[in-house]
Design a binder for this molecule. Structure first.
Ligand SMILES: NC(=O)c1ccc[n+]([C@@H]2O[C@H](COP(=O)([O-])OP(=O)(O)OC[C@H]3O[C@@H](n4cnc5c(N)ncnc54)[C@H](O)[C@@H]3O)[C@@H](O)[C@H]2O)c1
Length: 286
């Protein structure tokens, strides 16, 4: 199957970048977000990002005009997905919200439309009972910032058809990414599982008073050569996203994840990381 038309659901941090990356490569893309203010913000972000590429000499005026003509911000989900060959879901990391989105999507798309979720941790079989054609359902996990990071984890479930895995893998490659296949479902896939192990140990060391989070970051950056320590990285990916994941684990296991109280306090105070100007570190708010 060939992908010609892509739809992205959710215009937050990830959705807008996944959509723009697809338009750059050069697919025709519709993007939908439930909130009108987010749709407006996506338009502003797209304009600023592309103007910046011209100013830096990375793209020509002509290239940018082409990208803009392929990138459509749409006001309803029905309109956004009606001709889509591939729909990539990138809404908030909440099972109830994603389940409702997949249920609605399934009633709107063609029988053969591929439905992919960009969830950080939830495997696609979580949603297989609410879609009409689970053989077209799988995980397509991008990394932040999705315009820059190469990795896309393509994770199949037992319900996913081989052809769908191959098509999505080829699409990821065609859009400049380096896909990897995850052959069996596992929460968090590959890279985030490794990261989870690092986060767990980092939070333990800070929680138990062995060091500050700033020094823990310094240790990883200067001793292990990581581009960012775990807390600085968490500011980039969103403290609220980590807290959503912690909440889900807490509900599922009854065991309070390490650092839970600190993350709850940070979310309550609006310290969400770079996007809010403050997280573990302070940033100039854009
Ligand atoms: N932030 C990261 O580093 C990262 C990396 C990889 C994957 N992800 C995954 O990508 C997904 C999105 O994360 P994000 O960081 O972009 O979140 P975000 O909070 O920045 O954006 C989520 C968007 O979803 C929208 N939304 C909520 N309900 C909706 C609905 N019913 N229909 C349409 N839009 C809806 C919200 O208005 C919001 O704009 C999550 O599943 C997350 O786990 C995030």
């Amino acid at each position: 199957m060939e992908i010609k038309k892509v739809a992205v659901i959710g215009g937050g941090l990830m959705g807008r970048q996944i959509a723009l990356n697809s338009a750059i490569y050069p697919y025709d893309v519709n993007i939908f977000d439930l909130k009108p203010e987010v749709r407006e913000a996506v338009q502003k972000w797209e304009d600023e990002y592309l103007a910046g590429r011209i100013a830096k000499g990375r793209m020509s005026e002509e290239q940018v005009a082409g990208i803009k003509s392929r990138f459509h911000i749409i006001d309803t989900m029905a309109e956004a997905v009606k001709d889509a060959d591939l729909v990539i879901e990138a809404v908030v990391e909440r099972k109830d919200v994603k389940t409702a989105v997949f249920q609605e999507l399934s009633g709107l798309v063609r029988e053969d439309t591929i439905l992919a979720t960009n969830s950080s941790y939830m495997v696609s079989s979580t949603f297989k009972d609410v879609v009409k054609n689970p053989s077209r359902l799988l995980n397509m996990h991008y990394f932040n910032p999705a315009l820059v990071m190469k990795l896309v984890e393509v994770c199949r479930g037992e319900h996913t058809a081989d052809e769908v895995v191959d098509t999505v893998y080829a699409f990821a490659e065609a859009t400049g990414k380096t896909p990897v296949r995850v052959e069996k479902e596992i929460d968090g896939f590959l890279a985030n599982r490794i990261l989870s192990a690092i986060y767990g140990e980092a939070r333990k060391l800070v929680d138990e008073g062995y060091c500050t989070y700033q020094d823990l970051d310094k240790a990883c950056e200067n001793g292990l050569g990581h581009p960012m320590g775990p807390f600085r990285l968490n500011d980039l990916t969103g403290v609220d996203l980590t807290f959503d994941i912690m909440n889900r684990r807490y509900q599922e296991t009854g065991v309070k994840p390490r650092g839970y109280d600190l993350y709850k306090q940070m979310v309550d105070e609006g310290r969400l990381g770079r996007k809010s100007g403050k997280g573990f570190y302070d940033y100039e708010k854009k």
